[in-house]
Design a protein around this ligand. Structure first.
Ligand code: SAM
Length: 283
């Protein structure tokens, strides 16, 4: 397997294939052997595992994943990278390359319905929609090991009351246990991004963190609560879920012992669940 962590090798490959790193696709290629190893170790793979990699790029992680897992399915949106990946992964017989958009991929069909692990150095622009897509779809995901922007890693792990706490925090913590693994400096990528990154491990829970009577309503309620952060929660909810008026939402919040000026960022996941239960029959 070629060493894709050597910056000179990456530059030579890009020249050979006439490639330019496409900023619009979040292309920052990892060129640090040690970080690649730490990401793969964090995934805890065995030969019986199926891995889905999103955005394999030049294949630096893919090659290492293929040595550890039984099967790797790598979904890459940029068709210019497909021949490069074919060349770089020619020796790996257990990698399936898929040219497609991970945001519109049916992962159940792709994997044949078996449980799988997601490993990715994510293109930053799809982090939030991709996490919602993967978690809310109900795919049998075991764990996700993801490189994200450092600031996003903080948001994923943020507790209520923290200024980083938002809909993404609530929904990710509802489905998974979040572990901040390690920080990754911007210097280990070609080209170098404007911010540092971090690797997080999201361990899927057996059952969601709190019971809710209507998951779709819970999701709408959580998103609505944070859609307009400057509004009070009653105003934000009335705008996003107009089946109750602002006054009625206010009543519901009071019944939970919450003050009139409460904002979404103060509510714990348990309180969002209680609010969902209280209004579930009133739509
Ligand atoms: N895994 C490689 C690495 O670590 O060097 C590349 C990581 S780079 C940050 C992100 C990769 O995701 C790029 O190869 C990019 O083309 C790809 N990508 C961007 N948007 C995508 C999408 N919607 N679906 C699948 N791949 C995507």
């Amino acid at each position: 397997m070629r060493d894709l962590t050597a910056p000179s090798r990456v530059q030579a490959l890009m020249q050979k294939y006439g490639l330019k790193a496409r900023k619009s696709l979040g292309q920052n290629f990892l060129v640090d052997q040690n970080i690649v190893q730490k990401i793969v170790d964090a995934a805890g793979l065995t030969p019986s595992d199926t891995v889905v990699e999103i955005g394999p790029g030049l294949g630096v992680l893919t090659a290492r994943l293929a040595q550890k897992a039984g099967r790797v399915i790598a979904v890459e949106i940029d068709q210019h990278l497909i021949p490069v990946l074919q060349e770089n992964l020619a020796a790996a017989g257990n990698v399936q390359l898929v040219h497609g958009d991970a945001l519109h991929t049916d992962f159940a069909a792709l994997t044949g319905g078996v449980p799988f692990t997601v490993v990715a150095n994510l293109p930053y622009y799809i982090t939030t929609p991709l996490l919602f897509h993967l978690l809310e779809s109900g795919y049998p995901i075991r764990r996700l090991v993801l490189m994200v922007q450092d600031e996003v890693a903080d948001r994923l792990a943020a507790p209520p009351g923290n200024k980083q706490y938002g809909a993404l925090s609530v929904m990710v913590q509802y489905y998974t246990r979040v572990e901040y693994m390690f920080k990754v400096p911007r210097t280990v990528f070609i080209p170098r991004p404007g911010v540092d990154s971090a690797v997080v491990r999201l361990e899927k829970r057996e059952t969601p963190a709190v019971p809710v009577p209507d998951e779709a309503l819970f999701q709408r309620l959580v998103r609505g609560a944070f859609a307009q952060r400057r509004k009070t929660l009653a105003n934000a909810l009335a705008a996003a879920l107009p089946f109750l008026s602002r006054e009625q939402w206010q009543q519901e919040l009071r019944a939970l012992g919450l003050p009139d000026n409460v904002r979404g960022e103060m509510l714990s996941m348990e309180q969002f669940a209680a609010l969902t239960a209280a209004v579930a029959g009133k739509q």
